[in-house]
Design a protein. Structure first.
Length: 259
């Protein structure tokens, strides 16, 4: 029997590689999945893989920038699957620009997705988690939350705000037996480590070329990158009974990336 047998997980951004990995792995551990993503084709593939793992899935087109979208998705999912135990706010965006180059609308877009989107996801889920008398929520906040980095003020500020949000939620929800943590990953194959904008930020001298050297800039251990499942291992620990006394923390999974 898996570590999440009988549980239901709500995952945003489930159509992309890392979100899909979380959904499939949690399903393999016994959880039914409420999966959302604005990209229908990618979301349907995630749903197919969850079903192939033998679990139920409710896949819904939803944008975390809309409170109505998020609330409707989680309510529909709980109505069909019967409960909610796990929340994984995984939706996010990556852009690179200096403060001078960043427009006010672009700054608002980043904050609305990375910070307020996480707030909406957890807020919409809280009543259902309370009904279950315990549960766990995780917000994924990607690199550049801390410390400060050049050309990343807009997203760095939003993601640093996520850390404070999580600590506040952990304090407020502890009375209900609900744990809230954040996982901050770095350098995953096919994900952030191979993002063109991030490469231009960290290794501008390489131009458009992608190489193992680029990813090694992100790490101090003798590996260029690691599998998305390594991040899911941290998520699984926090949402399972193994992490039942862990709350209000930031788990950095970065292969000793630069601090």
């Amino acid at each position: 029997m898996g570590r999440l047998a009988g549980k239901v997980a709500f995952i945003t951004g489930a159509g992309k590689e890392q979100g899909r990995q979380h959904a499939v792995r949690l399903a393999e551990e016994g959880a039914d999945i409420i999966a959302t993503d604005p990209q229908a084709e990618e979301l349907h593939e995630t749903a197919r893989l969850v079903r192939a793992a033998g679990r139920r899935v409710v896949a819904l087109d939803a944008d975390v920038r809309s409170m109505d979208d998020v609330a409707t998705a989680v309510d529909k999912g709980v109505a069909e699957l019967g409960r909610l135990d796990i929340v994984l706010a995984n939706a996010g965006i990556t852009t690179t620009a200096s403060v001078l180059e960043t427009s006010v609308p672009a700054r608002h877009d980043i904050a609305d997705l990375d910070l307020t989107g996480a707030w909406r996801t957890v807020k919409a889920s809280i009543p259902h988690l309370i009904d279950g008398e315990r549960g766990g929520a995780i917000v994924i906040t990607y690199p550049l939350a801390t410390p400060a980095n050049e050309d990343a003020a807009h997203r760095g500020a939003a993601r640093a705000g996520v850390i404070t949000l999580v600590q506040t939620l952990a304090t407020e929800l502890a009375q209900y037996g609900i744990r809230v943590n954040t996982v901050q990953p770095r350098a995953t194959a096919g994900d952030v480590a191979f993002d063109d904008a991030l490469h231009r930020l960290l290794r501008p001298e390489l131009g458009a070329r992608r190489s193992e050297r680029t990813t090694r800039t992100l790490t101090r251990m003798p590996v260029a990158t690691f599998d998305p499942d390594d991040i899911t291992n941290a998520v699984l620990y926090l949402v399972s009974d193994d992490g039942c006394y862990v709350t209000g923390t930031t788990h950095i999974v970065d292969v000793c990336g630069p601090s």
